[in-house]
Structure formats: C-alpha cells, structure tokens
Write a new protein. Sequence first.
Length: 308
Amino acid sequence: MPSAKKGKISKEKILQCIKKSGYPFEQIVASCLEEVKWYPTLNYAFTDFETTVSREIDVLAEKHIWIESLSKQQNQPLVRLNAELLIECKQTKSPLVFFCRPKQISDFFCTPNNEIVQYSGIKSEVVVKPRNERDTYSFTASQFLRFGKLSHYSKSKEKATQFCKIYWKGKDLRADHAEVYQSFIVPLIKAVAYQKMLRRPKPTWRYFDMYLHYPIMIVKGDIFKVDSECKSIEGVNHVELVRNYYSAKIGGTYHIDVVSESYFRKFVDDVLMPSIKTMEKEVRKRDKALAKGEMRVRSIDKLYHTLT
C-alpha cells in the first residue's frame, strides 16, 4: 500500500530540518574563513588514490600568502608561498576524548616520513655544497625550512595518539573511534595526499608555488583530553592528533588539528597565521636554494647549527 500523504512541508519545518543537519555548520565555517580573507570551496571533491573513486571533504580553503606580501618585497620571489586548510566538520552530541602524551625530542625532528607540515609544489630536498669540501649534504625541504621549529605544531607540548567517541548503546556507555576515524580522519589524510600530487612541480619550472597543507577537524560538540595514565580528564578547545597512515599508495605521519567550533576563528588568527607568516619569511629568505634544489655555503657547520 502506498504511504499516506503527509501534506505540504512548511518553510518552518524545512528550516528546522536543515538546522538539525550539518549543512549550516559547513556554511558557518566557510563564512568565518571568508571574513579573514581565505577562499573556501565547500564539498571539495578529490580522487581517492586507493579506490580511484571521487570523494569529498567539507571545506577546502586557500590563501595566497605571497600576494598579500607583494608590497613588502621588491622582486617576485622564485618560491611563492600559499596555504590551504582541508577541513572536515563534525557535529556530534557524543563527547570526543583524546589520549594525550608529552612530546619527545624526536617529535620536533623533520624526516621524510614525518614532514610535520605537509607541503607540495617545490623540490623535496636541497643539496648543500660547502666550498672547501668534496662532500655534499642533503636536507629535506621541511628540514631546510625549519618546520620543526617554526610551525605551530612546534609550540604544543602534547600530542594525541588515540581517541574515542563516548556514546550510549542501550543502557551501557561505549567507547570506540571507528566511525570518526573512517568518516573524518581518513578522508583528511587522503585529501592531503591528493593535493600534494595535484601540485607536484615539473623539472622545467623556474617559479614555484609552494603550498602548506593543514588538515583540520572542526567539532561542534564536547572535546576532552585525558592523560596517558587516564587519571585526569578536562575539556579543551584544541588538540593535535598525530596519526601514521600507510597503504600501497599513501604513507607517512600526519598532524591533524582538532578544534572546537567556538575556538576555530581564534585558532586561525592567533595560532595558525602567526606560524605561517614566520615560515613565509624563511621561504623568502631561502627561495633561490629551494628553487634550484641546491645551495653553496662556506661551511656546513654554521648552516647545520641553524637547522637543528
């Protein structure tokens, strides 16, 4: 039997239904970014390397740092810095809990598998040639640009290595992360991998557009952190989630900012942008070496001291 007609849906009911969905949340995030001169694209589509099908993230926002700095420099740099935020919006009534541990010295060292800040658009390494030596020294671009010291990730003393969602199942409380991991964390990692491929430089280029990629999950709901021994718990606005991800086509360590909706604007203005501006100065200072993929120095010792 066909279902009974329920009558015309009023404007008020349409608005009530929309407000309960996640669509307004994404629109609010996009508007917030536009206010501070980022350029957002909602429901940004990318290719999943593992399945070769199209996927989406909620928001991709781009900012051309080098254009905003043109008045401060006389010549166009060989490496022009840009930044983009890859965002998933999570609206939940179930608390998210992150297990945090103190960072170790190794957490601040850039390596080929842990770039700290994901980037693309430039050569992956710089070969340094001291004038009075036969030996050469190779640094990844992230080491050469001191991402371990200058990025906003370097300012945090803790990292989250695990997380879970707390929810009711019948009369019992449950804790797991499967839905959040597969629906939000994995798409962010795959979107970063796609953007890095999309902006891969060509050997014939003279000018390079470098992109910094920042995966972010914005949460409309409660965020808590617990210590490594699970002795204390407190509400927070921001945690840095560090996850390893390896497959046949994608691999590495990814730093993901988990930020509450109420704190997001302040996070962008007071945490993210100051570090990007600092890194921009480093890029402008070293743009010739980054473009050529090599650098001549008098002595490796002085350079090595600045990079470590």
